[in-house]
Design a protein around this ligand. Structure first.
Ligand code: HEC
Ligand code: HEC
Ligand code: HEC
Ligand code: HEC
Length: 379
């Protein structure tokens, strides 16, 4: 009796800065589970190759993948397969990923990786792998249906752990002689497969699968819980510190932003004009980059972020985007003295700041000229 501990990939989460910290934390804790092999998922590339390599090195994570190559060198980025000997049986463990899965990398430029077609990859690899092992295990980061299609196309796979899938199989599934087991996301379940392997042929003779939900019925490990809580407290402290770098001290606590809906009730025409501008989508741009909780971005992509009573990411208030009052100032100061027009003309450079814009990207042509810029969005 011996145990192989396997994971089909996607250890890391989304690709915001906060998620990068979470990825580091998860990598360290995953190492403590003592995995024998981990397949590569597209999320594991979210922070770029450098980061993945650093995590593998620092935490000795046994990643393997047979179809992702460094575009610059053409080399595989990970070991093509692992051979793990247990109780006299040599398990050859390999993994493939789907070229169609999007790799959104924060650190990497587009095209840092190339993902080869999984079927062709396995056709080439399996005969070589079989020479070195008795039982072939595929960590398939393809989801359930593509995996089932692949084991029908490619002969010689004994056991498959299916990743990139949201539906766990509750028991094993047999497709074209291969035995498929599935994992699900977020460590919500732990799957256990008791496999009997013929010592002579290396063939899998029998499998018995149990899937346990890691719900409230399973007690938390006290040391792990403590460590998770400490990590979350650290994240929260950091968030508060970041928020404090953008104090809400402009304007006055006695004034309020009334929001677009108020203004549009009397200035219908201007509201319709405004809706056509990018200002009306500025917050959506942050969401598209999963940066909608970053104070350094919210300062210019919402209304009144640095003012008393302005946009608040904790309350998800109605002041997202660059609304009327981002330029004209507090609605509670509405008069017809011309003051709100002056405020608006002077507002632009707070955000169209050529030096202090994290999204500026060094584009010299983007230098702000009031007259030209106003012409584009005038109402
Ligand atoms: C609160 C910050 C902020 C203020 C104030 C602001 N802008 Fe912008 N502006 C932005 C952001 C952010 C975008 C990009 C929105 C996006 O694409 O997500 C933008 C985009 C633009 C664009 C390109 C959008 C288009 O529809 O073509 C123009 C032109 C522009 N602003 C002009 C101005 C002018 C003129 C002023 C002052 C009267 C002004 N902005 C005030 C933040 C601001
Ligand atoms: C100092 C103000 C400022 C800050 C801070 C800021 N932006 Fe912007 N952002 C702008 C302005 C102004 C534009 C309009 C485009 C331009 O002039 O380049 C813009 C445009 C954008 C766009 C649309 C442009 C495009 O390429 O289509 C995105 C996306 C964006 N910002 C994301 C971010 C993110 C993410 C952050 C935080 C890391 C951030 N911005 C922080 C002012 C800012
Ligand atoms: C990007 C900044 C910006 C935003 C957002 C903005 N405005 Fe303006 N608005 C200005 C500027 C600048 C002027 C003055 C232009 C001038 O005459 O010099 C102006 C002028 C006006 C005027 C006077 C128009 C006139 O005919 O004299 C009204 C009313 C007004 N805005 C209402 C609104 C309302 C309502 C919204 C929201 C739906 C809005 N604005 C959004 C910058 C902005
Ligand atoms: C109850 C109706 C009403 C509401 C609500 C309203 N306004 Fe006005 N606003 C007016 C009228 C009337 C004028 C003067 C006539 C004009 O310039 O259109 C005016 C003028 C303005 C002016 C020109 C100011 C000046 O000093 O010349 C701006 C800017 C403006 N409004 C912005 C806003 C903004 C921003 C909001 C939302 C916070 C808003 N208004 C809400 C009715 C309203």
């Amino acid at each position: 009796m011996t145990t192989l501990v396997l994971d089909a990939g996607d250890l890391f989460g989304n690709r915001t800065k906060k998620d990068l910290k979470t990825a580091e934390f998860l990598a360290g804790h995953t190492a403590k589970f003592g995995y024998d092999a981990i397949g590569l998922g597209e999320r594991d590339l979210n922070f770029g190759l450098e980061f993945l390599r650093r995590m593998i090195q620092e935490h000795k994570l046994p990643y393997t993948n047979a179809n992702v190559r460094d575009a610059a060198t053409g080399e595989l980025i990970l070991p093509e397969f692992l051979v793990i000997e247990r109780a006299g049986v040599r398990f050859g463990v390999c993994s493939v990923m789907d070229p169609a899965h999007k790799i959104i990398s924060m650190a990497a430029k587009d095209g840092e990786y190339e993902v080869a077609e999984p079927i062709a990859t396995l056709r080439d690899l399996l005969p070589r792998l079989r020479e070195q092992c008795d039982t072939v295990v595929l960590l398939s980061h393809l989801g359930d249906q593509p995996t089932e299609a692949i084991v029908q196309e490619v002969q010689g796979i004994d056991l498959v752990v299916v990743g990139h899938s949201f539906k766990p199989y509750n028991r094993e599934k047999i497709v074209a002689d291969a035995i498929l087991l599935s994992a699900v996301y977020d460590g919500r379940v732990i799957g256990r497969a008791d496999v009997r392997v013929s010592p002579e042929s290396g063939k899998v003779m029998a499998v018995d699968v149990a899937v346990t939900s890691l719900d409230d019925a399973v007690a938390d490990d006290p040391a792990m819980l403590e460590s998770v809580n400490q990590f979350l407290e650290g994240l929260e402290a950091e968030r508060l510190a970041q928020r404090a770098a953008f104090p809400r001290d402009l304007g006055s606590p006695d004034e309020s932003f009334l929001g677009n809906a108020n203004c549009s009730s009397c200035h219908k025409q201007i509201y319709e004009e405004w809706r056509k501008t990018d200002h009306a989508r500025a917050f959506t741009s942050l969401r598209a980059k999963e940066m909608q909780f970053e104070p350094e971005c919210l300062a210019c992509h919402t209304t009144g972020y640095r003012h008393h009573n302005g946009y608040d990411e904790q309350q998800q208030s109605q002041l997202s985007h660059i609304q009327c009052e981002a330029c004209h100032g507090y609605g509670t100061q509405h008069d017809r003295s011309g003051a709100m027009l002056k405020t608006a003309r002077e507002s632009c450079v707070q955000c169209h700041d050529n030096d202090n814009r994290p999204c500026f990207d060094g584009n010299q042509e983007a230098v702000f000229e009031y007259a030209k810029a106003w012409e584009k969005i005038a109402h």
